[in-house]
Design a protein around this ligand. Structure first.
Ligand SMILES: Nc1nc2c(ncn2[C@@H]2O[C@H](COP(=O)(O)OP(=O)(O)OP(=O)(O)O)[C@@H](O)[C@H]2O)c(=O)[nH]1
Ligand SMILES: [Mg+2]
Length: 176
């Protein structure tokens, strides 16, 4: 589940998206679901760095604060992050449309990154039709997953998937 090459830049994945979509809650839920894991959080200007260690394995996750969308993101660091999770709230269409903005930003400085679309809060009414989100994601070669950070549904599967993608992306970069 955990990528042993995570120390290349120190970060495996970044969660990005509008404010209140549940990015921080997803990470906290994941840590809570891992037995005997140790979860530490370091606060930066417009991001939190979460480190979750489980025995010898460790993953690191950038948690980007939604309100920081108009600030310059930390391009120097982010261009080495292999996987970005684009998180929206299935009950809030504006957070879905925000992902187009975020995708453009990421592609501007990390065009080799793997992007994954996450519809969170599936315990709430799905106002954004999942087939619309799926269609947009697959049209741009981005996997699409859904979660509820509240109930935990899909959360372990999400992070296992993201770690797998991060491992594959790093292998691709090493092979080049
Ligand atoms: N119903 C429901 N509420 C959720 C879910 N995930 C998060 N929330 C709630 O949504 C609110 C925002 O969650 P956060 O995790 O702080 O959102 P965030 O994306 O980190 O927000 P910023 O840090 O401001 O960018 C909180 O009140 C959470 O309890 C979910 O899956 N379902
Ligand atoms: Mg947050």
């Amino acid at each position: 589940m955990v990528n042993s090459e995570s120390t290349l830049t120190g970060f495996d994945i970044a969660l990005i998206g509008a404010a209140h979509t549940g990015k921080s809650t997803l990470i906290k839920r994941y840590a809570a679901l891992l037995p005997q894991s140790k979860h530490t959080i370091a606060q930066g200007e417009d991001a939190f760095a979460h480190t979750i260690s489980n025995g010898e394995d460790q993953i690191t996750i950038w948690d980007i604060v939604g309100q920081g969308r108009y600030q310059r993101v930390r391009e120097q660091l982010f261009q080495h992050v292999p996987v970005f999770a684009l998180v929206y709230d299935v009950s809030s269409p504006s957070t879905f449309f925000d992902l187009m903005f975020w995708r453009d930003i990421i592609m501007g400085f990390a065009h080799r990154a793997r992007l994954v679309v996450i519809g969170n809060k599936i315990d709430l009414p799905m106002i954004v039709p999942p087939e619309e989100a799926q269609g947009w994601a697959s049209g741009l070669d981005m996997p699409f997953l859904t979660t509820s950070a509240l109930t935990g549904e899909g959360v372990l599967a999400l992070f296992e998937f993201l770690m797998g993608e991060a491992g594959r992306e790093r292998q691709r970069r090493i092979a080049r």
